[in-house]
Write a protein that binds this ligand. Structure first.
Ligand code: DQA
Length: 148
């Protein structure tokens, strides 16, 4: 079974009621389910982890180096724009990595258009709301197919 690790950073626990104009009305459980619905028929499994604590996210990424994780999809929330530690943890992890955002980070406040993690991810998906989740799973599986 191909194991995809789906990670969410801060404030994404509040999806569903957080700024629906930017993030839509789907809850965190619902966006995770959208990823799983794409992965399961393809024989892949989505493990999900969300945290408000940056160190826990870094530790989860370190664990992913040796626990059989095949690919990572990460919506890092605001840490996308600020965290060089997250950049470094992702850089250490040698599996396909997809950066994901619900909103189009390039069409919002200026600070959101910089992603410090983009250079250490294989690619980015932003602006498609919940539909970005199955797209990210497809991108991860395609990258794995190319590396196999
Ligand atoms: C986000 C975009 C970030 O700028 C923001 O801080 C979030 C959510 C998105 O999914 O659009 O928390 O990552």
């Amino acid at each position: 079974m191909t194991r995809i690790l789906l990670l969410h950073g801060p404030n994404l626990s509040q999806l569903g009621s957080r700024d629906p104009a930017q993030y839509g009305t789907a809850t965190l459980d619902e966006v995770v389910a959208a990823a799983r619905a794409e992965a399961t028929p393809a024989g892949a499994d989505v493990e999900h982890f969300q945290t408000e604590h940056e160190g826990l996210l870094l530790e989860r990424l370190h664990t992913a180096r040796t626990d059989g994780t095949a690919a990572v999809i990460i919506n890092a929330g605001a840490w996308t724009h600020t965290s060089y530690a997250l950049h470094d943890a992702l850089e250490l992890l040698e599996v396909p990595k997809i950066e994901l955002h619900l909103s189009n980070i390039h069409a919002r406040e200026a600070f959101r258009s910089t992603s410090v993690i983009a250079p250490v991810c294989d690619g980015s998906i932003a602006g498609f709301g919940i539909d970005g989740y199955p797209l990210a799973v497809r991108a991860a599986l395609a990258l794995l197919g190319r590396r196999a």
